[in-house]
Design a binder for this molecule. Structure first.
Ligand SMILES: Nc1ncnc2c1ncn2[C@@H]1O[C@H](COP(=O)(O)OP(=O)(O)O)[C@@H](O)[C@H]1O
Ligand SMILES: C[C@@](O)(CCOP(=O)(O)O)CC(=O)O
Ligand SMILES: [Mg+2]
Length: 416
């Protein structure tokens, strides 16, 4: 399946799915998974292959009709932001969005981005304007296609640590895109919990989420929002998304070093190094590409259950890729400490996401002694790291009824 994430028109004649007007007459719950990149982070920004899987930690969004007083009420407890926009203030931004020629890819132009961040910063007064800029951007584009700007109340709460390499920015963008597309009638609102959106609708959600990622990441590859949309396991290269239908169950230890870092800054640093040392960096990125290809081959060969030899190959690929990620400049002493700790117990780890701190994954063989996992978790926790033993391959963006939400989510929404 080939998906072009860039070209996206806003009016109805080129997007048959864009019909109807913003119908905010009901409460809506949407969620999208975080992600783990098995191999290919950073290289994927430069056209190489990445393998990514949905994670069973999700971001949840509740959208309700507004109080009809011409406002958009926003509550983002994960970043401590709660505020109300007057729609009349947003209205002032609309002309700059109307002027975008239809043929242009719909990512925010530099002028629009300045508008959005100034508006977000002005209304919010904190540093994290990216989240609000994503929301304002998608709200304006998904509302102004010939319709009025509706009053809304939006709460977003995530089980994911933000800024840790687990694709929280993508899960956030996918959730907002799906909710606004659904309430503006551009995609359906499935009647039951287990009915998924169509491929065409998922492609539309993904394309808008990709625009949201551009606001946060600057120069995203699109792999994160693709996994947030489709979930499961997928191969991603240069905008081409190929779900990997069947992969063996992989158990991993997911560790958050809790070292904060900015994906945008790390991605820009790799680009600078590539421009400075093309002859050195290109072969490293090509080698990471080969690691992704080999990993996919092994996973698909072992779909009925990986052999000991196949696990050994997966472990070698993890070690080689982690070294490459250090070479391209996205390692961190906290990740080195993590790798030394797991290696001392015969396990193999690599960073996941943008690196520079954040999260890492450690591959667990099915026959691993629980005492070994406990010893590793104890050692890593002593460094102040957080560890989850988890499996991967969670479902993509989903619609929920309020009665089917996880308890922690319901509690957080009620508290919000
Ligand atoms: N639940 C959330 N609420 C509000 N903003 C969020 C949320 N999750 C992510 N974000 C936005 O995404 C940014 C983190 O994105 P990024 O640096 O790409 O890290 P990652 O995608 O690895 O978590 C946050 O600074 C914030 O702007
Ligand atoms: C580093 C990169 O490959 C993945 C970024 O993941 P995260 O935002 O750190 O979760 C960037 C990208 O693919 O857009
Ligand atoms: Mg991100």
């Amino acid at each position: 399946m080939v998906v072009n994430q860039n070209l996206l028109c806003c009016n109805t004649d080129c997007n048959p799915l864009i019909t109807g007007s913003m119908m905010v007459d009901r409460e809506l719950f949407v969620s999208a998974p975080g992600k783990v990149i098995l191999h290919g982070e950073h290289a994927v920004v430069h056209g190489k292959v990445a393998l990514a899987v949905g994670l069973n930690l999700r971001t949840f969004l509740r959208l309700r009709p507004g109080k009809d007083n011409g406002t958009v009420e926003i509550n983002l407890p994960n970043i401590g932001t709660k505020l109300t926009w007057k729609i009349s203030d947003l209205q002032a931004l609309v002309p700059s969005f109307h002027n975008s020629p239809e043929s242009k890819p719909l990512g925010p132009s530099p002028e629009q981005l300045d508008f959005l961040k100034t508006f977000a910063g002005f209304s919010n007064g904190t540093t994290d304007t990216e989240s609000l800029a994503v929301l304002a951007f998608l709200y304006l584009y998904l509302s102004i296609c010939g319709q009025a700007l509706p009053s809304l109340e939006i709460v977003v709460w995530s089980q994911l640590p933000t800024g840790a390499g687990l694709g929280s920015s993508a899960a956030y963008s996918v959730s907002i895109a799906a909710a606004l597309l659904a309430t503006s009638g551009k995609i359906s609102i499935p009647a039951q919990e287990n009915i998924r959106w169509t491929q065409a609708e998922l492609t539309l959600i993904n394309s808008w989420a990709f625009q949201g990622e551009k606001v946060i990441h600057g120069n995203p590859s699109g792999v994160d929002n693709a996994v947030g949309t489709w979930g499961g396991a997928l191969r991603f290269q240069a905008g081409e998304i190929n779900p990997i239908e069947r992969v063996p169950v992989l158990e991993i230890l997911l560790t958050n070093t809790c070292v904060p870092r900015s994906t945008k800054t790390l991605v820009a640093g790799v680009k600078d190094k590539l421009l400075k040392f093309p002859g050195i960096m290109e072969p490293v990125l090509s080698s990471i590409n080969a690691i992704s290809e080999e990993c996919q081959r092994v996973l698909q060969a072992g779909v009925e259950g990986l052999t000991i030899e196949q696990y050994s190959v997966l472990e070698e690929l993890i070690d080689i890729n982690q070294h490459h990620l250090n070479v391209i400049g996205v390692g961190h002493p906290s990740l080195d400490r993590l790798c030394q700790a797991t290696t001392s117990h015969g396990l193999h780890s690599k960073l996941t996401g943008a690196g520079g701190g954040g999260c890492a994954i450690t591959l667990l063989r099915p026959d691993i002694e629980p005492s070994v996992v406990d010893a590793v978790k104890q050692e890593l926790s002593a460094y102040g790291y957080q560890c989850w033993r988890t499996s991967i391959g969670a479902p993509g963006v989903s619609l929920h009824s309020s009665s089917m939400l996880p308890e922690d989510v319901t509690r957080s929404f009620n508290k919000a």
